[in-house]
Design a protein around this ligand. Structure first.
Ligand code: GDP
Length: 183
């Protein structure tokens, strides 16, 4: 975690990334967390590639820089630089589309290949508002989270459920790990 002498409104700044299949809701999770907005169309014309948000952890202000794939996963165009230096990742699937859950293994592989060794990974099952269309049971996701040592939450970017909690859990854990290392 870099102590940001050039960034006066926070004590720490770190990079985090969003990963997961196309259309699972990554951009909407980010805009919900960073700007409290949700959009029904798939994307704004010009994708924002990252956003910042400050969070208070104990008596420190930490600033998370959160990177979004901005649709690059559609073209398999995510490069190792996307992951470089990231201390946290939100690994997102869509609870209404089973294949997005099955593909998590591939995303985990990428995170472990290109990401920081002790990266904090939060597994997020998004679109929890669409209960009737559910294709992934909570039990399946919990099992995977336990096996792979991930935090897990279901969210709805649309209804603003657990979004803040999921990001704050990731940010707090990163801060805790970084503080322990600095001791
Ligand atoms: P991305 O490609 O992973 O960044 O996904 P987007 O954020 O662009 O979302 C893809 C589609 O899913 C859009 O039509 C969104 O409006 C919709 N969407 C995203 N999050 C939710 C959610 O929590 N619930 C519902 N019902 N739809 C969502």
């Amino acid at each position: 975690m870099a102590n940001t002498s050039n960034d006066e409104d926070c004590d720490y700044l770190f990079k985090t990334v969003l990963v997961g299949d196309s259309a699972v809701g990554k951009s909407n999770l980010l805009s919900r967390f960073a700007k409290d907005e949700f959009f029904l169309d798939s994307k704004p014309t010009i994708g924002v590639e990252f956003a910042y948000r400050n969070a208070k952890v104990g008596d420190k202000i930490v600033k998370a820089q959160i990177w979004d794939t901005a649709g690059q996963e559609r073209f398999r165009a995510i490069t190792s630089s996307y992951y470089r230096g990231a201390l946290g990742a939100m690994l997102v699937y869509d609870i209404t589309r089973r294949p997005t859950f099955e593909n998590l293994t591939k995303w985990l592989h990428e995170l472990r290949e290109f990401g920081n060794q002790d990266m904090v990974i939060v597994l997020v099952g998004n679109k929890s508002d669409l209960k009737d269309l559910r294709e992934v049971d909570v039990d399946d996701a919990q099992r995977l989270a336990q096996l792979e040592n991930l935090c897990f939450m279901e969210t709805s970017a649309k209804d603003n459920l657990n979004v803040e909690d999921a990001f704050l859990q990731m940010i707090t854990k990163i801060y805790e790990i970084a503080s322990l290392k600095n001791l």
